[in-house]
Design a protein around this ligand. Structure first.
Ligand code: ADP
Length: 193
C-alpha cells in the first residue's frame, strides 16, 4: 500500500497533479474540498455546515472533517493506497489520519509539498475563479484569508511529517508535466524501496 499526502497552499496545483497521479499509480484520490462541494451541491446537513466556513475561507471544524474522511477511507477497503488532497490541514487531522491508518495496519509513506509563492497563487485562483464557479475563488479577500489560514494552521503539518522523515518539498512552478516529473521521482523512489 502507498499512502501519500499531496500538500501545498490553495491554488498550488494539488488537484491537477492528483489527477495525473491517479492515472499513473492507481491510487484512490480523496479531496476533502471536493467532498465538501459535493455535499453542498446536494444540500445535505454536512454540506450546509461546511458552506458557512468555506464561504469565509475558514477551515471546517476538525470533528466534521475527520468524520467525513474516515467514512471515505472505510468505503474503499480494497484500495491499493490513497492520495490525500487537502487533508490533513491541521495537526489534530494529521494525528487522526495516522491513527486511522494505524488501525488498518498501514501508515503515510510520504507528504509531497508543492511550493508556490503568494502572488502566483492569488493570480492562479482568480483565473480559476473565472470558470470554477467557486465563490471562494472570486474574492481576493477570501483568497488571502485562505492563504493566511494555510500558513497559520496547515504548515505545521509539514513539520509533523518532517519529524517522521516523510516530508518532501517540490517546486510547484513550471509546466504541469515538469512538476509531475518531480512528484513522480519521489513516488518512484518510495515504491522502489
Ligand atoms: P483550496 O486548496 O484551493 O483552498 P480545497 O478544495 O482544498 O481548495 O478547499 C476549499 C475549502 O474547503 C477550504 O478553504 C476549507 O474551507 C474547506 N476544507 C477543505 N479541506 C478541509 C480540511 N481538511 N479541513 C477543514 N476544512 C477543509
Amino acid at each position: 500500500m502507498t499512502n501519500l499526502i499531496l500538500f501545498g497552499p490553495p491554488g498550488s496545483g494539488k488537484g491537477t497533479q492528483a489527477a495525473k497521479m491517479i492515472e499513473k499509480y492507481g491510487l484512490v484520490h480523496i479531496s476533502t474540498g471536493d467532498l465538501f462541494r459535493y455535499e453542498m451541491g446536494n444540500n445535505t446537513p454536512l454540506g450546509l455546515e461546511a458552506k458557512s466556513y468555506m464561504a469565509k475561507g475558514e477551515l471546517v471544524p476538525d470533528s466534521v472533517t475527520i468524520g467525513m474522511l474516515r467514512n471515505k477511507v472505510d468505503a474503499h477497503p480494497d484500495a491499493g493506497g490513497f492520495i490525500f488532497d487537502g487533508f490533513p490541514r491541521t495537526i489534530p487531522q494529521a494525528e487522526a489520519l495516522d491513527a486511522l491508518l494505524d488501525d488498518k495496519g498501514s501508515s503515510i509513506h510520504a507528504l509531497i509539498a508543492l511550493q508556490c509563492d503568494d502572488e502566483e497563487i492569488v493570480q492562479r485562483i482568480k483565473k480559476r475563479g473565472e470558470t470554477s464557479g467557486r465563490p471562494d475563488d472570486n474574492d481576493e479577500h477570501i483568497i488571502r484569508t485562505r492563504i493566511q489560514v494555510y500558513k497559520n494552521e496547515t504548515t505545521p503539518v509539514f513539520d509533523f511529517y518532517d519529524a517522521q522523515g516523510k516530508s518532501h518539498s517540490i517546486v510547484g512552478i513550471g509546466e504541469i508535466e515538469e512538476i509531475f516529473g518531480r512528484i513522480s521521482a519521489v513516488v518512484d523512489q518510495l515504491q522502489a524501496k
